[in-house]
Design a protein around this ligand. Structure first.
Ligand code: HEC
Ligand code: HEC
Ligand code: CA
Ligand code: CA
Ligand code: CA
Length: 462
């Protein structure tokens, strides 16, 4: 019976309208990942498409936002004044430099010397004025490994991996790699013993507008900070300072739910990753020790206008969410049962609903299937970065949404997962789960080879 329900839902999975796919009472599986924003897409461009049925005007804004997301910013002064202001220090020259085709970043592979689509957050003990991480006095809150000519790049990063062998209960061996980070060529003196480093890969972009549109109360209602129901899963809310609203707000975005909104994230990334000032981040990213940085010509005040920022955020909100890709339906249905039985859904909550009054209207009242609760969970020592981020402690991470992960190899040509991309495939991502997720990880170890493969097939179908 269950299989029949699932199969019926899957047939509809490609439809754009949520109503099409949700006939009567709640289906066994949420119908389409992105509600009305869902779109059949399974090629390398799958993360970069506009939601279906955008108006002509919305489509124009989307296309302009798309262009901004892919713009290579240049040093000021330049002949194309609208797109100058890069640096003085930066990580990449465009959003898409890291979020390649709106997709997922990864750590360097064999032979690569640079970080191409990830970054290191930095801080020292204590708190910033607004309760966030305390920036390093000489290097700020992020390692900027590139700079304009005449300005020192802050440092270079080298990653080494230590392999850790293990076995599934059935004897099948596996190996996990634990990263170690070394900083060298530090331009402004040693980072010091106290420095805390949090490596993070760029996340994939589809569906972020839906996550932003869920009412805070619905998410807070799922938190169980003291594990009152005794299921071993707590789930805590991060509260973060939002410079856009000048308030403390529910943290939704970033690997530690360390950012409140897409506007904050976009303006923050423009400033921290590319070196662009905006209304919300008016200062160039030059800590006091970096005098050459501070002396550089800028690209206007601000470098990124309000109008451009609005377009960029609209673009992110209006990206389509790829429909599920079901190969062997029976296999995927079996995998879903393993997922549920193993306790994965306690954190990776299949279905959420956006607020009825969400803006823009295409995001309102959508049932969608991101597989996250957007809450913080203790994931154990193995994944810990030991760097607090607002209320998140050194072992806590935001439940990662599982939608579209199966398309990362198609879009980005790799299968690296988790916050620092250490997992080389989905199995390794699950095996790293600890802390509150230890029981789920245990269930995966105890599963048969066939069940494990079914679970992976299910994850790849999301
Ligand atoms: C240097 C690489 C890099 C560049 C360039 C970059 N990002 Fe990101 N992006 C990241 C990383 C890393 C994260 C996760 C950040 C964290 O956990 O704090 C992220 C997260 C995000 C998120 C939140 C995703 C989520 O699921 O929570 C959004 C939105 C985003 N970036 C938008 C942008 C935009 C817009 C630009 C260009 C203005 C941009 N990014 C440029 C690396 C980058
Ligand atoms: C206690 C909450 C919790 C449970 C239970 C849990 N997860 Fe997770 N999951 C997380 C968090 C938090 C992350 C992000 C961890 C990180 O990046 O360090 C994550 C990450 C992942 C990722 C990688 C996502 C990405 O974007 O790279 C996969 C895949 C995954 N989980 C699958 C599962 C499966 C399958 C199960 C059940 C066997 C499970 N999880 C159980 C909280 C949980
Ligand atoms: Ca600049
Ligand atoms: Ca810096
Ligand atoms: Ca609980």
């Amino acid at each position: 019976m269950r299989y029949l329900v699932l199969a019926a839902v899957l047939v509809c999975a490609g439809h754009a309208r949520a109503e099409d796919a949700a006939p009567e009472s709640p289906p066994a599986t949420p119908p389409s990942p992105g509600g009305a924003l869902t779109r059949v897409a399974d090629n390398r461009n799958a993360f970069a498409l506009p939601a279906p049925s955008l108006s002509a005007r919305d489509l124009r804004d989307f296309n302009f936002g798309n262009r901004l997301f892919n713009t290579n910013w240049v040093a000021a002064p330049a002949s194309v004044e609208a797109f100058d202001g890069l640096g003085p220090t930066f990580n990449r020259v465009s959003c898409s430099g890291c979020h390649v085709r709106d997709g997922r970043g990864r750590p360097p592979i064999e032979g690569e010397k640079e970080l191409l689509s990830m970054l290191l957050r930095l801080s020292v003990p204590g708190r910033s004025e607004h309760g966030g991480p305390n920036p390093h006095p000489a290097y700020g809150d992020q390692l900027n490994d590139r700079a304009l000519p005449g300005v020192p790049a802050e440092a270079r990063v080298e990653i080494r991996y230590v392999e850790r062998e293990g076995r599934y209960d059935d004897g099948t061996p596996y190996s996990l790699r634990q990263p170690e980070y070394r900083l060298h060529d530090a331009a402004f003196g040693a980072m010091g013993e106290e420095v805390m480093v949090s490596p993070r890969v760029a996340q994939h972009m589809p569906g972020l507008g839906l996550l932003e549109a869920v009412a805070e109360a619905d998410l807070v209602a799922r938190a169980d900070p003291d594990d009152a129901n005794g299921d071993g899963i707590s789930g805590r809310v991060n509260r973060v300072w939002n410079p856009v609203t000048q308030r403390e707000e529910f943290g939704r975005f970033g690997w530690k739910a360390n950012v409140a909104s897409l506007m904050q994230q976009s303006a923050g990334a423009a400033n921290g990753d590319i070196g662009l000032t905006s209304r919300w981040f008016p200062e160039e990213n030059c800590p006091p020790a970096q005098t050459a940085c501070a002396a550089t010509v800028n690209g206007g005040t601000p470098e990124l206008s309000d109008a451009y920022l609005d377009k960029l955020v609209f673009y992110l909100r209006a990206l389509a969410v790829p429909a599920r890709r079901i190969g062997e339906a029976a296999r995927v249905a079996q995998g879903e049962q393993v997922f549920t039985r193993s306790g994965c859904a306690a954190c990776h909550i299949p279905q959420l609903r956006t607020a009825a009054d969400a803006q823009p209207a295409l995001l309102a009242a959508q049932d969608f299937a991101p597989y996250t609760d957007l809450l913080l969970h203790d994931m154990g020592e193995g994944l810990a970065d030991d760097r607090p981020d607002f209320l998140a402690d050194g072992r806590e991470w935001r439940t990662a949404p599982l939608w579209s992960l199966g398309l990362v190899p198609t879009v980005n040509g790799h299968s690296h997962y988790l916050h620092d991309g250490r997992a080389r495939n989905l199995e390794e991502a699950i095996l790293w789960h600890g802390g509150e997720a230890a029981a789920a990880q245990r269930a995966f170890l105890a599963a048969t080879r066939d069940e494990r493969a079914a679970l992976i097939a299910f994850l790849q179908s999301l």
